[in-house]
Design a protein around this ligand. Structure first.
Ligand code: ZN
Length: 277
């Protein structure tokens, strides 16, 4: 999966007292693009020394460490007219061979989005500020403390004898299928989310829900929690017709197009294909 970057190592331990140094890595996002440094055909994350002097309103915030090198997020507009600095679509993570860079850039995107979306207090409207001792924002007026927003979502591999249930979301290209997934709602356990989403999307009753693995998915600010479950292919499918437009049972030798193993869905489908899920 995309967060598996061995032999590289990313640590998100929060060290807000560390000041940015010239050799530290810096990430700056503009919409869905990321500032990268180009050397010939090679793209790398710039070091702080590569950036022009930051304007007064800009701020560097701690992300974590990649292979023990501190990484910072640069917030605010910066001047980037140097020819070696370019904004690259964040989707480069799907094709780059540098998986450690891809993962750092996705984690940074989640943090960047969270900081931008919580620049003002949701309770009183005052500008928020970084809390000194933990990764959180606080309101100096009403003292509301806001922690990073992570949306838990389930994804479930439903099996019946030697078949796997796959569904086509309305947003997928024709012919592409994946597992049933959906966000946890307020007031329900993850197991309840699994049962509800499966019933809503494809009309099935399931049993034997078992935890598989989890995967942070920074693009949507989610934490995907994977499960396996058992269904009965004799039970008729009732698709919601809105989110899910096609679904069916597939044996492991006849799987349709599906996500690659970068995602937890792709990994589970691949393991089913290999007979180990
Ligand atoms: Zn407030």
């Amino acid at each position: 999966m995309i967060q598996d970057i061995f032999p590289h190592h990313f640590s998100n331990e929060y060290q807000p007292q560390t000041a940015v140094q010239p050799e530290h890595l810096v990430l700056h996002y503009k919409d869905d693009t990321l500032l990268l440094k180009r050397t010939g055909d090679i793209f790398t994350v710039p070091q702080f020394r590569d950036l022009p002097p930051l304007p007064e309103h800009s701020e560097c915030r701690w992300i974590g460490q990649l292979n023990h090198t501190p990484c910072f997020l640069v917030l605010g507009d910066i001047s980037t007219d140097h020819p070696s600095l370019i904004y690259e679509d964040i989707r480069f993570f799907r094709t780059t061979q540098q998986k450690e860079i891809a993962w750092l850039c996705l984690v940074g995107l989640h943090l960047s989005n969270w900081y931008k979306q919580h620049a003002y207090c949701g309770q009183c409207g005052s500008p928020t500020r970084q809390k000194a001792d933990e990764r959180a924002l606080e309101c100096p007026n009403c003292h509301l403390v806001v922690y990073p927003k992570i949306a838990p979502a389930i994804i479930v591999a439903i099996r019946s004898t030697n078949k796997l249930l796959l569904a086509r979301n309305a947003n997928f290209p024709d012919g592409w299928f994946s597992l049933v997934a959906g966000y946890a709602d307020i007031g329900e356990s993850l197991e309840e989310t699994v049962r509800r989403e499966v019933k809503e999307e494809v009309g099935l009753d399931i049993c034997g829900i078992r935890y598989y693995k989890s995967q942070p998915w920074p693009l949507s600010g989610s934490l995907m929690v994977g499960f396996t479950a058992e269904g009965n292919e004799e039970q008729p499918l009732h698709l919601d017709g809105v989110e899910i437009t096609e679904a069916g049972w597939y044996d492991r030798n006849n799987l349709p197009n599906h996500p690659p193993a970068l995602s937890i869905a792709g990994e589970m489908i691949e393991k089913f294909k290999q007979g180990i899920l």
